[in-house]
Design a protein around this ligand. Structure first.
Ligand SMILES: [Zn+2]
Length: 177
């Protein structure tokens, strides 16, 4: 069980950094490299006795992370943000492409806000036109994703864990989990 549990790690400034295995979180607590912020009813048995499993810990020292919160702009990450769902027709296919909302030929840039996942059919249909000229619509507004929803997507954990993470993530991430 403990092998699968993940703990949210906060910087000492409370910014969410990543998720780590519960075992590692416990060892950071025992060595006083981190403090427990939230815990859960799940009880862990360790060499030092029983303890409630932490769900959120906070590092005692500040970790400097350049470009904190930024996700590399790439086709793979665009598809991830849009859950491999075509942003025009809402369907998901094995082979997905990305589409420039304002086409490059019309000065559109390659950025999070101008590129969305699209199926081949919609991509072809839209072609090099502005969306207003096509009768097509975006199913959601593209946004710039934050690091935590990507690089360490949390695995399956008890609901109580997710609940305890939420307020720490919500300040930084839209629709965090
Ligand atoms: Zn489509």
């Amino acid at each position: 069980m403990i092998e699968r549990l993940k703990v949210l790690v906060l910087n000492n400034t409370y910014e969410p950094l990543h998720f780590c295995p519960a075992r590692r979180a416990v060892s950071m607590l025992l060595t006083e490299r981190a403090e427990q912020i939230e815990s859960d009813g799940v009880v862990l048995h360790s060499f030092s006795g029983q303890m409630a499993c932490p769900t959120v810990i906070r590092l005692k020292r500040h970790v400097r992370i350049p470009n904190w919160g930024m996700v590399a702009f790439s086709k793979k990450n665009i598809l991830r943000r849009d859950r491999r769902t075509c942003q025009y027709c809402g369907q998901s296919h094995d082979e997905m492409t990305v589409d420039h909302i304002v086409p490059r030929s019309l000065g559109g840039d390659s950025s999070w806000l101008n590129v969305v996942a699209a199926c081949k059919k919609c991509n072809l249909k839209k072609g090099n036109r502005l969306i207003g000229d096509t009768g097509m619509r975006l199913i959601q507004k593209p946004y710039i994703p934050k690091f935590i929803t990507f690089s360490n997507h949390p695995p399956t954990v008890p609901d109580s864990f997710i609940k305890s993470w939420h307020k720490y993530l919500a300040a930084y991430v839209k629709d965090p989990l």
